[in-house]
Write a protein of this length. Structure first.
Ligand SMILES: C[S@@+](CC[C@H](N)C(=O)[O-])C[C@H]1O[C@@H](n2cnc3c(N)ncnc32)[C@H](O)[C@@H]1O
Length: 370
């Protein structure tokens, strides 16, 4: 690698009001930062750059020192002359390679959520649960440094995974972010004054349990977006919202993204794709006391018997378990392991921001105090 480090702006670490995360995304590669390295066979690895560090594969050894201080977008050779392409992970890549507790919102859905929930710079946004923090990162980017994102999570280990991931991605704490531990439906009522929140985004098993709380905190006209994995959850939350009479404009959709194979004349859709992730359902808060406008041309409501509804939406709450809805349970042990890894990556990213040698940053010295 011979290029001088290409920094498109002056040294941004000296500039006070650089938006959160910018220094981690441009300029020369720094020790403590994560990079993606891809070999000629397309194999991808994400590594944290450490002074004196080495990436070992059966093809030889790649020295981290050959990358630190240089630009991204380079092709470097390892000890045996094999080429590696080096890039910083984009948000999409970062989300797919970061430590996980709960299942993450995939990038294709995060983009739609930001758009359909109309998340704007400066907005006050409530999110629950925070899980691994994947969606939080997209929401934080959209609200910006002067917005507020309040993320609620009932499992402490997941909150730790999310905190580590978000700090690792932004290179430190994000000024717009607060995590609140506890059940969203109770905590958001404690934290927010009535009608003071612009947008609510829920990614959880039973969003209908939050209906009263969301109706209380959301401002008139505010958007409530639910991300759910199954059609039964979608139907239940839609009916609960309609029945409450406090929302309007209930809409649902899903997004399928089909990649394309581009190779000379062989230009066609990929053979495989992710067929299903989740459904998005949005609704708008009515002003208090207003009734939703009834369209004159209403679709004929289909007739159904109570047992049909019971089959589709059992009234016995104990049947709405994560397992029944196809969720894989995450053990405390697995969550703790992901939290530990996320915290380490966050410390290293912060060290990179501060110009501190990330090797001096070890595992879990201050874990319990945070
Ligand atoms: C699928 S995960 C969220 C993933 C997250 N959106 C992401 O992109 O990483 C669902 C999370 O909601 C949390 N949760 C479920 N019900 C909750 C509630 N009532 N209040 C707070 N958190 C809740 C769970 O503990 C879990 O961490």
């Amino acid at each position: 690698m011979t290029d001088a480090p290409a920094s498109p702006t002056p040294d941004e670490s000296d500039v006070q009001d650089v938006p959160a995360g910018v220094t981690a995304r441009r300029g020369p590669l720094r020790a403590g930062q994560r990079v993606q390295i891809k070999d000629a066979k397309g194999r991808l690895n994400t590594i944290t750059l450490l002074p004196g560090g080495e990436f070992h594969s059966y093809q030889g050894v790649l020295r981290h020192d050959d990358l630190i201080g240089g630009p991204e977008g380079v092709v470097v050779q390892n000890s045996s002359g094999h080429d590696y392409q080096v890039l910083r992970p984009l948000l999409n890549d970062f989300v797919l390679s970061m430590p996980r507790g709960a299942t993450v919102v995939y990038p294709k859905d995060a983009g739609q959520i930001v758009q359909q929930a109309d998340i704007f710079p400066g907005a006050v946004v409530v999110e629950a649960g925070v899980g691994s923090g994947a969606l939080s990162m997209s929401l934080l980017r959209a609200v910006g440094d002067h917005g507020e994102l309040h993320s609620y999570e009932r499992r402490a280990e997941f909150a730790e995974v999310a905190r580590g991931n978000v700090e690792s991605f932004f290179g430190g704490e994000h000024p717009a972010w607060s995590i609140h531990l506890g059940d969203a439906q109770e905590e958001m009522l404690r934290v927010h004054a009535p009608h003071s929140v612009d947008r609510v985004v829920l990614d959880m098993l039973a969003p209908w349990e939050c209906l009263d709380a969301v109706a209380t905190v959301l401002a008139p006209g505010g958007v409530w977006l639910n991300y759910v994995a199954t059609a039964t959850q979608l139907s239940r939350v839609a009916e609960a919202i309609r029945e409450s009479g406090t929302f309007t404009a209930v809409q649902a959709n899903e997004t399928l993204v089909r990649g394309w194979h581009l190779d000379g004349l062989a230009v066609r859709p990929d053979h495989r794709m992710v067929a299903h992730t989740g459904f998005l359902l949005t609704a708008r808060r009515l002003a208090t006391g207003e009734e939703a406008l009834m369209l004159k041309k209403r679709s004929k409501v289909s007739e159904f018997k109570p047992e049909d509804v019971e089959a589709w939406q059992p009234s016995d709450e104990s049947r709405w378990t994560p397992q029944a809805l196809g969720e894989r349970p995450v053990t405390d042990k697995k969550a703790r392991k992901a939290a530990k890894e996320a915290r380490l990556q966050a410390r290293r990213a912060r060290a990179a921001e501060q110009g501190v040698d990330p090797r001096t940053v070890g595992h879990d010295t201050d874990d319990q105090s945070r």
